[in-house]
Every structure is written in C-alpha cells, then in structure tokens.
Write a protein that binds this ligand. Structure first.
Ligand code: AMP
Ligand code: MG
Length: 424
C-alpha cells in the first residue's frame, strides 16, 4: 500500500474531534469566593433575588419635580419652584413633592414621593459648583421636562427572579460586578481541569542545560503547559521521559497519582522503532484513534490510560502546538464547562499560493484586516520543526481535505490563534 492510499484510511479531523469530544464530560463543581472567581466558568445558572436598580432614583444631580409644572418653562420665561429639601444618595426624602415645589436631588438618590421627573442643575438658576452649596429657597427652571426624564426605574437592568447568568458563562469583571450587586459572595464554578504534560525522547534535556551533541532542549513541555494555563486550566508538568516504556509508564503513574483529568504527551507516537508512547498505550492503555488525516500532526493518538483520556501528540514543535490547538484545547474547554470550545475562524483572502497534499492542512499565517476584508499572508517555510513559523503567526489557514492547491486571491477559513488580532 502506498502512502497516499494509507492516508485515505486515516480518520478525518472532524470525525476524530467528534469521537473525542463525545467521551468528554464537564468536570464537577466547587465553591469559590467571588473575589477569586475571575476567569472561572459558572456551574449553574444564577437567578436574581433583587431587582436592579432596587428603587426609583435620579440619574443626575438636579431638582426632583412634577413635569407638569415645567410645561411653560423657557430661558426667557422660567418657572419658579419652592425648594423643600435636599435628597442625597443613600438617604430617603422626608417630604412629598407637591405642585409648585421641588427637592434638590443627587445622582442615585431615591426619587421623592410626588415627583415624576428631574431637571438637571444646568437647566436651572442654581447650577451648583462643588460641595456644600447651601440649599436655595427657590429655583428657576429654564426648560420643560417630560414625566420620567432623568428617572431610573426599579428592574430596568434586572428584575427579581430573572436568570441573569447561565451555566457555562465565563466570569469576567462585569459578571462579577453583577453578582456583587446581587449580594452573591460565593459562586459555584466548574473545577479547573488538571492536565498532565509529558515530553518524551532520549534527545531531550532540561532548558537550563547546555546543549551537547545530539541533544535539544525540551520546548514542547513548556509550550503545552503555557497553552493549558492560558485557557485557565492547571498544568502539571511531568518533565521528560526517555524513550523507554518503563520511564513513560512511571511518569504516567505520577499523572494518575496527582489526579490528572487529562494527559497530554508529545513525541513517541509515530512509526519509529523507539516510538514507545504508542507502544505503552497499545499494551496497557486503550487506543481509540491513531493517526489523523491532517498536516502537520498525522501521528495524533487518542487513548485512555487507566480511565483517563490521553492525547499523544507528535513531537515536532509545530505539530505539537497545532494538534494541541485542534484537539486538546476543545477537550480542556469542554471539561471546564465552557460553551464555546472552538476558536473563532474568519474568512480570509490568501495573498500566497498554497500547495497541500490532500490532508487537511494548517498553514501558519498572519491575518490582518484591510478595508473591511481580511487578508492572510503565510509566514514562509512551513516545516513542522520551524517553531519561528508560529512565532510570526496569529492564525492557521485551514486548507480543507482533498485540496492540493489554493491560488493567491482565493478565500480560506482562518483559525485565529490570537483574536482580536495582535499587531505586528
Ligand atoms: P518523534 O515524534 O519522537 O519522532 O519526534 C519528532 C521530532 O520532534 C524530533 O525531531 C524530536 O527531536 C522533536 N521533539 C520531540 N519532543 C520534543 C520536545 N519536547 N521539544 C522539542 N522538540 C521535540
Ligand atoms: Mg522521538
């Protein structure tokens, strides 16, 4: 069987993803204090016990009055109202506003009974500047207002009983503000996935070691741990196992002892004589997928090890990072309870001609917006050992299966690594 025929029998990226994601469940939840909850994912929906705003109040500094009293008011013919009291934020007025009267009111203060509108101080004869201005006995109103002007009503933002946030919502500062305003100090969030990262290969040395003949520093372990942490999950860096089944097994047992929800490894899953990761999984794991119709990243292996999902990713640094983006990322985001588990894609016009081999290809590129359209320029040589091709990129152009050539000027989907785009 030639390579092309063999390739046809591999599983497609989409089918592989469907199989993998079908096995993955959202993790259980835990309680965290509101102050520690930024970036976490809500495990349950949240209902409001109170309405927001909770009471009718003024949206400006001004005078609370009856709109009907101002109908004839203008600069040349102002209406004079008697001022009965000051109503400041945090305090409730003592007097009813009756016809011909007004109360001076501050932003956020409760609207006094009888009033149905507020006139801004700027539209009166008393545009106060600064604090401690004495309460005037009367005020001249220089324009008309309608009932409801500058008034904020209860429940305009949230009504008591409303579902304000649903399960899967990511807690950003604004969600935390809403929860704070509703008096919620502890929230139930999905646990952070714990992801073990294993780097394999006799050639790998620690990053503080000097290079010696035949050796390279372990970069994949760091890239992958960073990918995990960037999405809010916990990375458990197991370091390096040499090309021996015993060493790999020892590390995998460590991952189990540490309570990993997912194990990700790089290298050792191809067809080499020393591809021991695949051998270990064949012997003591349950391999569900081996090799995907994609480029880079064909050797991707999906398995279970002692009941824990396992993604054996290829060793070349670009393949390791790209396959992590395609497979590990959605798995981790699904475990973490996210609603959106796939990165955004945009339609782009390629400014280069791209040659592919019929496998789904992920081409490193820079996407930029010009005159409302996105253009993509590839970052040059695409060898899967060239990590700088990813350093220069903000997107992966997806050349679909069975396409062997995309001409300059044609449109492609781009998977955005950084979105919104970062500027180069
Ligand atoms: P393998 O999948 O074991 O055949 O490895 C493929 C290529 O990736 C080889 O050139 C390895 O040296 C390289 N490689 C494997 N693991 C790492 C790593 N952790 N960091 C950097 N390069 C690696
Ligand atoms: Mg190797």
């Amino acid at each position: 069987m030639n390579e092309k025929m063999a390739t046809r029998e591999l599983i497609s990226v989409d089918d592989a993803l469907e199989t993998i994601l079908g096995d993955i469940k959202v993790l259980s939840s835990e309680m965290v204090s509101l102050e520690q909850s930024v970036g976490r994912v809500l495990a349950h929906s949240v209902k409001a016990a109170d309405s927001m705003p909770p009471f009718t109040n003024s949206s400006i500094h001004g005078y609370a009055l009856r709109a009907a009293d101002t109908h004839s008011a203008s600069v040349s013919n102002p209406v004079t109202l008697k001022v009965v009291e000051d109503v400041s934020a945090g305090h409730v007025g003592q007097f009813e506003v009756i016809g011909g009267t007004a109360s001076r009111i501050m932003t956020g203060a409760p609207l006094p009974i009888g009033a149905d509108a507020v006139i801004p101080v700027e539209d009166t004869s008393e545009p106060w500047r600064g604090a401690h201005r004495p309460l005037p006995g009367s005020v001249q109103i220089t324009r008309s207002v309608s009932s409801g002007d500058y008034v904020r009503y209860p429940g305009e933002d949230i009504s008591a009983g409303d579902e304000v946030l649903s399960a899967g919502h990511i807690l950003r500062p604004q969600e935390i503000g809403i929860l704070a305003s509703l008096g919620i100090s502890v929230v139930e969030v999905v646990r952070r996935p714990r992801v073990a990262v294993l780097s394999t290969g006799d050639e790998l040395i620690g990053i503080s070691e000097p290079l010696t003949p035949g050796k390279i520093r372990n970069s994949n372990g760091y890239t992958q741990a960073a990918q995990i942490r960037q999405m809010g999950a916990e990375a458990l860096n197991l370091g390096v196992a040499g090309d021996s089944k015993e060493e790999v097994r020892m590390k995998l047992e460590e991952a189990l002892d540490d309570g990993a929800h997912l194990i990700v490894s790089s290298a050792g899953v191809s067809v080499g004589a020393l591809d021991v990761v695949k051998a270990v999984l064949d012997e003591v794991g349950e391999v569900k997928i081996w090799r995907v119709r994609m480029r880079p990243g064909k050797p991707v292996t999906y398995a279970f090890y002692s009941g824990i999902p396992y993604l054996g990713l290829p060793g070349n640094p670009v393949s390791a990072m790209v396959t992590f983006e395609i497979f590990a990322r959605p798995v981790i985001l699904k475990m973490a309870g996210h609603k959106k588990i796939h990165k955004s894609t945009v339609l782009v016009t390629t400014t280069d001609t791209i040659i592919s081999d019929g496998r789904q290809s992920y081409i490193r590129a820079v996407v930029s917006g010009r005159q409302g359209e996105y253009q993509a320029q590839t970052t040059g040589k695409q060898g899967s050992h060239l990590l700088m091709s990813l350093v220069r990129a903000n997107a992966l152009l997806i050349v679909p299966e069975n396409r062997t050539r995309v001409d300059r000027g044609e449109q492609l989907e781009a998977l955005m690594l950084d979105w919104p785009e970062i500027v180069f």
